[in-house]
Design a protein around this ligand. Structure first.
Ligand SMILES: [Zn+2]
Length: 75
């Protein structure tokens, strides 16, 4: 498999931990969504690729569709 950005074959898979947070200032007090997932990193250009697990994707979609005042405040 090659990098989708630069077509290099110099990609490696890593375990990652990240948090996804809404960018808007009114959401600064919202708990971020924690994700632990394997990622693919291009060691030539730095392009990173991952697919969110279905359960995390559903949670993110639900949070994104809720008005600000109804979003959860804890994970
Ligand atoms: Zn690349």
């Amino acid at each position: 498999m090659s990098c989708k950005k630069c077509a290099s074959a110099n990609e490696r898979s890593f375990k990652s931990e990240m948090s996804l947070a809404f960018r808007e200032l009114e959401n600064v007090d919202r708990a971020p969504l924690y994700v632990s997932q394997d990622i693919s990193v291009c060691l030539d250009c730095g392009h990173v690729e991952l697919t969110l697990p279905p359960a995390k994707l559903e949670l993110l979609k639900r949070e994104a569709s809720r008005p600000h005042t109804q979003r959860r405040s804890a994970p």
